[in-house]
Ligand binder design. Structure first.
Ligand code: GRF
Length: 197
């Protein structure tokens, strides 16, 4: 039986597309839902084009009531009975109640070499610190923001004169290789980390 994967997005969905397209043939998992907290997320149309069910749970009407937002999100998720959740450019911080409910079944991709630079503006911070290397990380999601067990990393050089945009553009293609590679192992219950290149 294939593992059922729900992908949570907030934006353009390029990682979602990489994950969805990788789940073909003998892959041990299948995408069953793409859900966004932003109705205008570009990734929703891409998911529909790939024939994947989509849903929107707009966080804005819930204001600061995260529990109510997550209850609505969980209702959408449960309707598709996912085994694994993949956060792919999902920009809502999840509460400990939600992360513990999906403990051991939820992954996230973060555009830095964790534990360096959890949170936002990762590329600008790496450049400002004078780092010579940067990259991306796939980790299990826990209550600690960007702090769960690391399942994979990809490294790229930081080049002289790099802007955050240039560095982000150099890292994104590696995100699209790393996340599918980690998901395949995760769906096979293989917790050996993936290191690229
Ligand atoms: C990616 O760089 C990801 O690491 C970060 O947000 C960006 C989202 O890209 N969390 P996309 O929506 O998958 O294209």
């Amino acid at each position: 039986m294939s593992a059922r994967v729900a992908i949570l997005i907030s934006g353009s969905g390029s990682n979602m597309v990489a994950l969805a397209e990788s789940m073909a043939g003998d892959h041990p998992a299948r995408p069953v839902l793409v859900v966004s907290n932003r109705p205008e997320a570009g990734g929703l149309a891409k998911a529909r084009d790939l024939g994947i069910a989509t849903a929107v749970v707009d966080h804005r009407p819930f204001g600061t009531d995260r529990a109510a937002f997550e209850a609505a999100l969980t209702e959408q998720l449960e309707a598709h009975r996912p085994d694994i959740l993949c956060l792919a450019g999902f920009m809502r911080v999840l509460t400990p109640a939600f992360t513990s409910r999906w403990a051991g079944r939820m992954l996230n991709i973060h555009p830095s070499l964790l534990p360096k630079y959890p949170g936002l503006d990762t590329h600008a911070r790496a450049i400002a610190a004078g780092d010579t290397e940067a990259g991306c990380t796939v980790h299990e999601v826990t209550a600690e923001l960007d702090g769960g067990p690391i399942l994979g990393q990809a490294r790229v050089p930081v080049l002289p004169g790099d802007t955050p945009e240039a560095l982000a553009a150099r890292i994104l293609p590696w995100e699209h290789r790393l996340y599918p590679a980690v998901l395949r192992r995760f769906a096979e219950d293989d917790r050996r980390p993936v290191f690229l290149p």
